[in-house]
Design a protein around this ligand. Structure first.
Ligand code: DGL
Length: 267
C-alpha cells in the first residue's frame, strides 16, 4: 500500500456515487475502486445479520484491490455494521458516514433542532440521534426513514414531480418541528438535494455527511503521507453484483465523470 493505492468505496447501489463525486471534487488525484451491491439492494429492508454479511464480503474483496482506505458509503451499513467492522482489525482504516454526519449537524445547527432523513433501518437504529447527542446532548434529533425515496433515486429519477410530492410528505413533520438543519442520512439522497431544498426552504440548512467525511479522509491521507500527488494515474474502477449494463446507464446519469466500463462481481 502506498500513495498510489486506491480508495475503496461501497454501497448497496448508486448512492455511494454521490461520495465518489465529492472525492473527485475534493481529492482530484485519488484512484477509486467502487462496489455497488446492486444484487442485494435495498439494504434498508434487510436484517442486521444480512447487512453484516454483505459488508464483510465486500470489505474483504476491496482489501484485495490494493486500497489505502475503505469508505462505507452507505449510512445503513454505517449504522448497523460499523461497530463490528471496527472490531475486526483490517490493515487499512474503514470510514463510516454517521460520525461525519453528526459532526456536520452539530457544527451547523443554531437552534439545536436537527432532522435526519435516512433509510427506515438507519432511522430505527437511532444511530444518528446517539452520535449527535454524544457530541451535544442538548440537541433534539428528529429521525425519518423513507425507502420510497431510496427506490426513486435508485430507479434513476432525480428531479421528477413525484419526487417533490414524496419528499414533501416525508418532511412535513420535521419542518413543523422547526428544525434548522437537515442531514441527508442516506447516500442516495444528495441526488435529491434540489428537491429537498425546494421543499424545506432556505431557513433549513441541508447537509451532506460526505463533505465532512472527505475532509476526514484527506486528514488521514496527509498524516500518513498517502495523498496521491501524481497527476496521471488516477483511475476509477466500478464493480456491481447486479447487471453491469444497468449500472452503467445509472452511473452516467449520476456521476460527474462517466465510467467507461463496469465489471461484474460475484461475492
Ligand atoms: N445508500 C444507502 C444508505 O446510505 C442504502 C440505501 C438502501 O439500500 O436501502 O443508507
Amino acid at each position: 500500500m502506498d500513495s498510489k493505492s486506491s480508495i475503496g468505496i461501497f454501497d448497496s447501489g448508486i448512492g455511494g456515487l454521490a461520495v465518489v463525486n465529492t472525492i473527485s471534487r475534493m481529492l482530484k488525484h485519488e484512484s477509486i475502486v467502487y462496489v455497488a451491491d446492486s444484487k442485494n439492494f435495498p439494504y434498508g429492508t434487510k436484517t442486521k445479520n444480512q447487512i453484516i454479511q454483505f459488508s464483510e464480503r465486500i470489505t474483504r474483496f476491496l482489501l484485495k484491490k490494493d486500497v489505502k482506505a475503505i469508505i462505507v458509503a452507505c449510512n445503513t451499513v454505517s449504522s448497523i455494521a460499523m461497530p463490528l467492522l471496527k472490531e475486526i482489525s483490517y490493515p487499512v482504516p474503514v470510514f463510516g458516514m454517521i460520525q461525519s454526519g453528526a459532526i456536520l449537524a452539530v457544527k451547523t445547527t443554531k437552534n439545536k433542532k436537527v432532522g435526519v432523513i435516512s433509510t427506515t433501518l438507519t432511522a430505527a437504529s437511532h444511530a444518528y440521534k446517539k452520535e449527535i447527542q454524544k457530541l451535544d446532548d442538548s440537541i433534539e434529533v428528529f429521525e425519518i426513514g423513507s425507502q420510497r425515496m431510496v427506490n426513486l433515486v435508485e430507479n434513476g429519477n432525480k428531479t421528477r414531480e413525484r419526487a417533490y410530492e414524496l419528499v414533501k410528505g416525508k418532511l412535513q413533520n420535521v419542518i413543523s418541528a422547526k428544525i434548522d438543519t437537515l442531514v441527508l442520512g442516506c447516500t442516495h439522497f444528495p441526488f435529491l438535494d434540489k428537491v429537498v431544498k425546494s421543499v424545506v426552504g432556505k431557513d433549513i440548512k441541508v447537509v451532506d455527511p460526505a463533505d465532512e467525511l472527505v475532509l476526514k479522509l484527506e486528514k488521514f491521507l496527509k498524516a500518513n503521507s498517502l495523498i496521491n500527488k501524481s497527476l496521471s494515474v488516477n483511475t476509477r474502477t466500478f464493480f456491481t453484483t447486479g447487471m453491469t449494463e444497468e449500472f452503467l446507464i445509472k452511473a452516467k446519469l449520476f456521476l460527474d465523470i462517466f465510467p467507461k466500463e463496469v465489471h461484474k462481481l460475484d461475492v
